[in-house]
Design a protein around this ligand. Structure first.
Ligand code: ADP
Ligand code: ZN
Length: 336
């Protein structure tokens, strides 16, 4: 059964379809006018199931999320004589969707686009919220636009080929959503971690549905990240710094980042020790790290860089209970 969630955006609505199939992509796009952007791994796994449209294949992975790749895409779009009535379908994980959304939003000042999300992480996170963009030098996502895809197809059957570590990236964001906003989802994760890890279709469908609902709810109330949307950065201040300074996957980094943020929350008297322990246990149940051998000087340095500016304070997301978060402005010096 397909479950849909509508998201209101500044420039029209977006619909996320959970349980829809890649095989039905043709129902949602203008068939003669569609160009697919994908990466080589996704092409190798599922190219045979793509509809017979023109395809642009990019290199997999975060390293290819650059303006050079975007330029190559523009050139191919010119070659294909793409016009304002054309459609771009990104089929892949967060990297493909970020680049495809950015290329579509800027080519000819914007053409229509939609996604088939093929990783758990992009299904629960990247494909919701309308952020598209690329990295520049060491700065992540520093060039981009806010623009929602017309649709996101979350095809659950594509997840079975995902490497274990990629899958865990997605679970880390699901745990984050539960921790900041949804006690019921948190309990569900505690009770169903085994089924979740084995990709039981009902369990995984619910986790994706709830996550998209939580994220899209927050995003629709605060599309441009002025207030509440910052809650989605829970675990990410330290997480990004761990990711960058240690070169580990996003999910592992934000798991340890959530632990760090929760410890600080206990220290500030916002979170009970037993609530902290409960979050720690859940992260462990999902085989994600709660401790990393990091170098504090490097990490603080990376946090300063990540802020993209030099002042000494930042908005930090604390946990104030299982299922609730608060944002406070603090000094970088309060982080250790
Ligand atoms: P994300 O940011 O969503 O984790 P990426 O776009 O970096 O995603 O994808 C992670 C890796 O997984 C890439 O190497 C990509 O090619 C690969 N990948 C994406 N979807 C699938 C899939 N369904 N099966 C196998 N590998 C996939
Ligand atoms: Zn994240």
């Amino acid at each position: 059964m397909v479950k849909t969630i509508k998201i209101k955006g500044g420039d029209g609505d977006s619909v996320v379809m959970i349980g829809e199939s890649l095989l039905n992509l043709g129902r949602y796009v203008p068939v003669e006018k569609t160009v697919i952007i994908t990466d080589k791994n996704v092409w190798n796994c599922y190219g045979k199931d793509f509809p017979p449209y023109r395809v642009i294949k990019i290199e997999p992975g975060e390293k290819g999320k650059t303006l050079d790749t975007v330029r190559e895409i523009y050139e191919r779009l010119l070659e294909f004589e793409v016009d304002r009535s054309s459609f771009i379908a990104g089929i892949g994980g967060g990297v493909v969707c970020d680049i495809a959304g950015f290329a579509a939003s800027t080519f000819l000042r914007g053409i229509r686009f939609g996604f088939v999300s093929t990783t758990l992480l992009s299904q629960v996170d990247a494909s919701v919220g309308g952020k598209n963009g690329v990295n520049l030098d060491e700065y992540k996502n520093i060039v981009g636009v806010f623009n929602q895809p017309e649709f996101v197809i979350c095809d659950l059957s594509l997840l079975s080929t995902l490497p274990e570590r990629e899958l865990l990236n997605g679970f880390a964001e699901i745990i984050k959503h539960a921790a900041i906003c949804d006690t019921e989802l948190f309990v569900f994760l505690e009770d169903n971690h085994k089924k979740a890890l084995s990709l039981d279709r009902n369990v995984i469908g619910k986790l994706i549905y709830d996550s998209v609902k939580i994220k899209s709810g927050i995003v629709s109330r605060d599309e441009k990240e002025k207030g509440e949307r910052r809650k989605l950065n829970f675990g990410h201040t330290f997480g990004h710094a761990f990711e960058k300074s240690m070169g580990i996957p996003h999910g592992e980094a934000i798991s340890a980042g959530m632990i760090k943020a929760s410890r600080l929350s206990v220290k500030k008297g916002l979170l009970k020790e037993e609530e902290f322990e409960r979050l720690k246990r859940l992260i462990e149940l999902f085989c994600l790290p709660v401790e990393l051998p990091y170098d504090l000087v490097k990490v603080i340095d990376a946090i300063k860089k990540d802020k993209k500016r030099d002042n000494l304070s930042l908005h930090f997301v604390f946990l104030s209970g299982i299922g609730s978060a608060v944002i406070k402005e603090i000094l970088i010096s309060e982080l250790d």
